[in-house]
Design a binder for this molecule. Structure first.
Ligand code: ADP
Ligand code: MG
Length: 225
């Protein structure tokens, strides 16, 4: 069985007028080692879909199964633990804490989980090295370039060895050179760490790096190529 199974997912938002249907019928399966890009114009529901897959929002109908578990059956507390252990996020903006160093920012998920052990510090240092920032351990986000900040965000997303890595327009705030570098980095680390990777983007260039491409159109997800 696939490690991520999204089945007949639909999402509508309640508005003052009629309900706003964003996702109609989304199905997707992904096994370990696989990566997929989800393309679609602005407003097509990419972030909404990624948030639901990442358990940050709930579907109106349909289901998500990650590692054999339906996360929406968990209590809020169990879900927070599940998300912390199994899902890593990279957003368009890095969401780093400005007062913390690179090393401390990467360690945040381990602190939240109460396991900021010396092994976690060694793992953080290793990841920071692998994203090319070994010389920047004690820098704060303001002392980094945009591309470097996004590299830290990638390292932070992987610190807990998540099964699923989700990236929402991860190159949307970067110039072309840095965008390409972050795309390659995501892919390299996905292969090394053997995670599932879902990248949502309107950049064809980023999507073309991934092994599968799907397009979100009118609330339906279809394979492209
Ligand atoms: P994308 O990431 O592809 O640009 P989004 O998933 O952010 O698209 O949004 C899809 C549509 O859903 C948009 O029309 C947006 O205005 C609407 N939307 C997103 N979140 C909400 C919300 N919490 N309440 C109501 N409408 C929303
Ligand atoms: Mg979006």
């Amino acid at each position: 069985m696939a490690d991520l199974v999204v089945s007949k997912l639909a999402k509508e938002f309640v508005t003052r007028d009629e309900p706003l249907v964003v996702l109609r019928d989304i199905s997707l399966q992904l096994a370990v080692g696989e990566n997929v890009a989800i393309l679609g114009p602005s407003g097509s529901g990419k972030s909404t879909l990624l948030h639901i897959i990442g358990t940050l929002d709930t579907p109106s109908s349909g289901s998500v199964t990650l590692l054999g578990q339906d996360p929406f059956q968990l209590t809020e507390r169990q879900l927070a633990v599940f998300r912390n252990q199994h899902i890593g996020f990279v957003f368009q903006d890095h969401h780093l804490l400005p007062q913390l160093t690179v090393l401390e920012n990467v360690l945040i998920p381990t602190i939240a989980a109460g396991n900021a052990t010396s092994e976690a510090v060694a793992r953080a240092e290793d990841l920071i090295d692998r994203v090319g920032l070994a010389e920047r351990l004690d820098h704060r986000p303001a002392e980094l370039s945009g591309g470097e900040r996004q590299r830290v965000a990638v390292a932070r997303a992987l610190i807990q060895r998540p099964a699923l890595l989700l990236a929402d327009e991860p190159t949307g705030s970067l110039d072309r050179t840095n965008a390409q570098a972050i795309g390659k980095l995501l892919l390299d680390l996905q292969q090394q760490e053997k995670t599932l990777l879902v990248v949502v983007t309107h950049s064809l260039e980023l999507a073309n790096l991934m092994s599968r491409r799907m397009e979100l159109d009118d609330g339906v997800l279809q394979e492209v190529d």
